[in-house]
Design a protein around this ligand. Structure first.
Ligand SMILES: [Zn+2]
Length: 391
């Protein structure tokens, strides 16, 4: 277990809980805080692995549920794991498949044994158990793998169900730990649950602390809950979790959320947002995002962002992108390159500002760009104030 992950924190912010470090994984050493693009079925939509490397992407995320169906365990084993199969030499993290059960499948039935659902491919009944999830993830061979958790939408107002899911998640964690075949080369992360209940979040975090693991995830958030709950749930866990282990907040990808979660002491994030919004013609910029389908870009010969160093901004105008977005498949690639570059740069700037002890200044400047009129959302003011950053 000890060799599969080594986490060195290089510098902590003197004001907030932000920190920057190096996470040494079997396939790559990842700089934290880090954003992980999502490659659902092994490929980040519309991007080549070499393009991802070029924009300094260090770790990508794959979906166990999808990869377990296609290409499936046998083929993954025969190709010596996903890294080999897709031609990606850097780090990979796989989720457990639990979230897809809940998000994709209305017919999912959950009991102590696992999740029973109808396959969207052929309608047949499938069972995903903690053991099955780990078996698939062992075949995939990702650097970091996730426990199967009992995911309940945070917005579900059912305290009994939430409590059941919280304790069951820890029971499933123990089954995952027991099944895991390669702890020397794959890191199994537990997932903190507990919905929007402060007490359950504390219980879940503390229960998972008792297990021998190399890092922790905070799950069940970013599902449409009020932001005021969201940041408090993240803060509760980052407060309790050990300082010297990486903390991963699942499903986070909006720039403001990333900056605030870093301030609260989180290190890793993933989301489909940058590549999904690219498919709808949206490009991320320092003041938010622009939609290139908008008529006002028809004769606009500037790049998406004059300060962006990505290959799209160096070569193509908004006017050209206006003509091809959502029509030509290449537009999806061009916008995804830009959007992911934006997030990679954002994370790099966060890391650098922590290194030189200027993280609070960075946050203020970032927020001013995002909200030029300075009407900051209350949850941003409150969450940052909780870690000594005054907007
Ligand atoms: Zn760009």
């Amino acid at each position: 277990m000890d060799n599969a992950l080594k986490y060195d924190i290089l510098k902590s912010c003197c004001f907030s809980r932000a920190r920057t470090g190096l996470m040494r994984l079997p396939h790559y050493t990842v700089e934290t805080p880090i954003f992980m693009p999502v490659g659902t079925k092994g490929s980040v939509k519309s991007l080549l692995p070499e393009q991802l490397e070029k924009i300094n992407c260090q770790i990508i995320l794959g979906n166990t549920y999808h990869l377990g169906i296609r290409p499936g365990i046998e083929l993954l084993k025969k190709s010596n794991g996903l890294h080999n199969f897709i031609g990606w030499n850097r780090a990979i993290l796989t989720d457990s498949g639990g979230f897809q059960m809940v998000s994709l499948l209305k017919l999912a039935e959950i009991d102590e044994h696992g999740v029973n659902f109808q396959s969207p491919e052929d309608g047949s009944k499938c069972m995903l158990t903690p053991e099955k999830s780990i078996e698939i993830q062992n075949a995939i061979g990702a650097d970091i793998i996730m426990q199967l958790d009992d995911v309940v939408p945070a917005t579900l107002n059912d305290s009994n169900r939430m409590e059941e899911a919280t304790y069951r998640t820890t029971r499933w964690l123990d089954r995952c730990i027991k099944t895991h075949k390669y702890p020397e080369k794959q890191n199994l992360f537990p997932i903190v649950q507990g919905g929007l209940d402060e007490n359950l979040r504390k219980i879940s975090t503390n229960l998972h602390l008792e297990r021998k693991v190399n890092g922790y995830a905070i799950g069940g958030l970013s599902g449409g809950e009020a932001k005021d709950y969201f940041w408090k749930m993240v803060a509760i866990s980052t407060n309790i979790l050990p300082f010297n282990k990486p903390r991963y907040v699942m499903g986070i990808g909006f720039p403001v959320d990333l900056v605030i979660c870093c301030a609260l002491g989180a290190d890793m994030f993933d989301c489909v947002f940058p590549t999904r919004t690219a498919r709808f013609g949206c490009a991320l910029i320092s003041s938010g995002q622009i939609n290139l389908k908008n008529n006002k870009y028809e004769f606009d010969f500037d790049p998406i962002d004059k300060n962006c160093s990505c290959s799209t901004c160096k070569t193509y105008s908004r006017a050209y992108l206006y003509q091809i977005v959502t029509v030509e498949t290449v537009a999806c690639n061009l916008l995804s390159v830009h959007n992911l570059t934006y997030l990679m740069e954002l994370m790099k700037n966060i890391r650098n500002s922590i290194k030189i002890n200027k993280f609070p200044d960075f946050v203020k400047e970032f927020m001013e760009n995002m909200y030029p009129d300075k009407f900051y959302p209350q949850w941003c003011i409150d969450s940052l104030e909780s870690v000594n950053i005054k907007l």
